[in-house]
Ligand binder design. Structure first.
Ligand SMILES: [Zn+2]
Length: 287
């Protein structure tokens, strides 16, 4: 069955507002022809959401799934790193994590736990899933979903911190500018370097977990959790779809074909349960 799954899989991501600190890269410089005004609603600015926040968000969701099946996950931080909060790291190890890389004696020879196998990052091992950035564009017709792109608008938000003293009439004390993407809807493209059934099972379960917990503080995307940003609707697009069917998912004028419905049934009834079972077995085997 796993031979029917391509190396490239896509996650649909929808959010009203995403703030990922100052790390959104935009094309405003050449798009604006030198006349860019931050707050002009007519701006047609696209850009790139880097993979770092997306990857951390996904990984956290997957770790929860591993815990759900009574496994522990690789901690994302090196065991010998100089953590600012050593005691917090120690506490993590008591709470569903093992030290990064503790699950493998030789990372070049054996795969370690499923989280390490996927994300790597220790002993020069890159991990078996490549997380790509999402390129977004405000012009729908320019978005190529088969390349992991999304519709979305770049905005620069201004946050004023104002005086609390009544005499000051809310005079601003300082102003902070924040990069944001509004009305994001599109595809996140993940590529497996090697496709294993338990990887696909973990991805499907992890994405469902994140969707079910999207309003939890812990499982929002980006860094503006207190401001309603980063609440993400997400689902794994049926990996059995071909390219034409993937495009159709985003075509508002068209619904599923019969073939797509058939593939949805196959996915839900046969493929997914098989892959989740493989995941459970892998976790039960231990790291
Ligand atoms: Zn591990």
């Amino acid at each position: 069955m796993i031979e029917h799954i391509e190396k490239d899989v896509f996650v649909r991501i929808k959010t009203d507002l995403l703030v990922v600190g100052d790390s959104i890269m935009t094309d405003r410089h050449h798009a604006s022809n030198g006349n860019y005004e931050d707050d002009d609603p007519q701006n047609q600015i696209g850009g790139i959401i880097p993979a770092f926040p997306l990857s951390g968000w996904l990984r956290h969701g997957m770790e929860e799934v591993v815990n759900k099946y009574d496994g522990t996950a690789c901690h994302p931080g090196e065991a010998n790193a100089n953590f600012m909060k050593e005691d917090v790291y120690e506490r993590d190890l008591d709470d569903g994590y093992h030290e990064k890389g503790a699950c493998t004696d030789d990372p070049k020879e054996d795969d370690g736990c499923v989280v390490f196998d996927l994300f790597g990052g220790f002993g020069g091992v890159p991990g078996k899933v490549m997380r790509r950035p999402i390129k977004f564009n405000p012009v729908r017709s320019s978005v190529d979903h088969t390349r992991g792109q999304a519709e979305g608008h770049y905005r620069r938000l201004n946050r004023n911190v104002v005086s609390r003293n009544a005499d000051d009439n809310r005079e601003p004390l300082r102003n902070a500018e924040v990069d944001a993407v509004a009305n994001l809807d599109g595809c996140w493209h993940l590529s497996f370097r090697e496709v294993k059934p338990e990887f696909v099972g973990l991805l499907a379960e992890g994405i469902d977990f994140l969707d079910a917990h999207k309003t939890d503080f812990m499982h929002q995307l980006g860094g503006a959790w207190n401001f309603g940003a980063g609440i993400v609707d997400c689902h794994l697009i049926n990996p059995l779809y071909n390219e034409r069917e993937l495009k159709r998912v985003f075509d508002r004028g068209k619904g599923n074909t019969n073939k797509m419905d058939e593939k949805d049934d196959q996915w839900t009834e046969e493929y997914r349960p098989t892959f989740v079972e493989a995941l459970e077995e892998r976790i039960a085997e231990g790291p």
